[in-house]
Design a protein. Sequence first.
Length: 89
Amino acid sequence: MELIKWWMIAGVLGVVLFMVVSRSVVKPLRWMWRGVMYSVIGGVVLLVVNWIGTFFGFAIAINPITVSITGVLGLPGLAYLIAVQFFLI
């Protein structure tokens, strides 16, 4: 639990530092909003893939890393996660 607090503080300080350096409040907030939206979309895509995968005995873990990979990279990121699941695990 202590580690989560540390990362939250570091994240908030990083955003504040970015706002000071860029002299803008709107840009960082827009980037954060896009990051959240891409992550939500990535999570939904992974839920659908896992739902379809239950018929074939296939599942990808849903955690912040896999959601971010799917959300930011899109279809290539999803293909990467599926390939890792098939070939390495």
